[in-house]
Design a protein around this ligand. Sequence first.
Ligand code: OTU
Length: 661
Amino acid sequence: MNDAKQVQQQAALSLERLWPRLESTFRDEANAAPADWRAFEMRLRHEWERLFGLLLGLYGGQYDFFYHLEELLGAAARSWFARPTWLKELDARREAASAWFQSQQMVGGMCYVDLFAGTLNGLRDRLPYLKKLGLTYLHLMPLFESPEGNSDGGYAVSSYRRVNPRLGTIEELAELAREFQEHGISLVLDFVFNHTSDEHKWARRAQADDPEYERFYFLFPDRTLPDAYERTLREIFPTVRRGSFTWREDIHKWVWTTFNSFQWDLNYANPAVFRAMAEEMLFIANTGVEFLRLDAVAFIWKRMGTSCENQPEAHQLIQAFNSIVRIAAPAMLFKSEAIVHPDDVVSYMNTRECQISYNPLLMALLWESLATSEVKLLDHSMRSRFRLPQGTAWVNYLRSHDDIGWTFDDNDARWKWIDPVGHRTFLNQFYMGRFPGSFARGMPFQENPATGDARVSGTLASLVGLEQAIQSSDEQQMELAVRRIVMLYSIILSIGGIPLLYLGDEVGTLNDYAFASDPYKAGDSRWVHRPKADRAWQERVQNDLSSPHGQLFAEVVRLIALRKQQPAIYDSDTEFVETGNGHLFGYIRHGGGQRLFVVANFYTHPQEMDANQLRVYGAGYRFTDLITGQTLTAERPLQLEPYQCMWLEACSAVRGKQGSG
Ligand code: OTU
């Protein structure tokens, strides 16, 4: 008998034993809501073999495996009974149309509750603004209880069940989720599951020498194991402290801390950790989250002698979490946050693991093309790396709350005669404004003295040159900066996947250097692009078309609305094309009876594309550029202004669409 068969049999046998026990535990609930119980049973039976197989692989060797299994199923059932009716209705709707998030109607936004709107209730007041932008997806940065002072912007969670009291309550969060859902906006929250804060009750118990909770983390009495691990670890936050371990004088132990020293890595080799975190996850799911952003997915499994990133078990863990969600909160999907090598980024994406993922490669290479004015690396990389497994979608972004890291593949670069190491140094210099002629005003993040590695902080507007242009009152540079932003947005809005706006960028918010005087933020340059929204200013400039901010805002709103009218942007593949001009990036989208040829000029000077190529890629002779509304013919070469992006549709196709109503 082969392995798969054996697992199948074991799965069936164990369910035969576990199910009656579950039935008796939940007899009262099942009697009160028999249809609910049947739905749970159906989903459980459907998922069981997969979930069992995954957990057996991860934890089958543990003496208390079946105990954890039974507890886990109990938690799933409890969570299902506690799931609000509106979410159960959403579950059914989402299951019936599982590709819903691939629609061109999707537009994402992200913000910090406090910085954007003060509190959760304040955020509810901003609903009209979010709707004006056309958002259908809103990622709220970590909002659970976390340490006072430095909490890594909330990425050090002290309780997954209590909202930070400065922002509101868990009830207010649930109300917001429901209200926003009624307005077509899906809530996105983080699952910070690689680590907890050192103030989480589990960490507190570990600090009090409780052996059960010491096993939740990685604690070491001396440097023997930390030294052995560090031989192959990458330093993630080298300016916080060297290495990945922190000495705790109070308990006389070294603690594994991949990120800040107050973020304690969880030990998923312990089945109790998996079970405990699964329960926290289900609790979060029941507040009304539709996309759970899995923070730092790459790091969750450690193995001596490896980088402890992207281990096979990391995938199995996410699949197991996913499987539990399919049983007890099926509307919820996973978003992967893996800012790692492009091959690894894609490895988290499939319907059984993460359905959506940040696209850090597109993000980094758009910035790369902007710095070099050339699209060869972008074009070459996208050709082989943009395609995704069925049922998954990219989240395409220009800026997030984090730094920009240059995560392209070294061989992709070499293929285009680019030296990857030297090129990264150039890109860092360029965006830190240290390169002659650079328009950018970025700041270094986590510069590693040992390797010379660094990443870049800064707002979209400051990185494309708006800050510098405004300071020197250079109107021409201001216009170019706005054009750069509009071009970049035109790409992420049309390339396929969910475009994601970092709120504030749509009005060209500049860097805010005030963080340097806050002792809790000074050491982390990412705060330069996390300013508190100045609402009075924003309302003033937003509608002022004489200001670059107002011009930008109007254009962003218009482009978002335009995207939503293009069936070609729905799902399907993107075909990248050779434009014959090193400054022009081009791709074709087709679907829903429409064909769009998108071309973008990454140079500060006007550029041309050959008329023949236009005819071939555009499949026609006369075109409408949907962005300007201009009609053009392929009798002459295509002319693009500096940083212009065109969405070209052949005129016959336009007529066809009208004809079919
Ligand atoms: C994530 O980012 C969050 O987005 C950050 O805001 C947090 O600080 C961090 O996790 C810890 O919770 O290093 O610079 O390669 O994959 O996980 C950002 C590392 C980060 C990334 C990513 C991490």
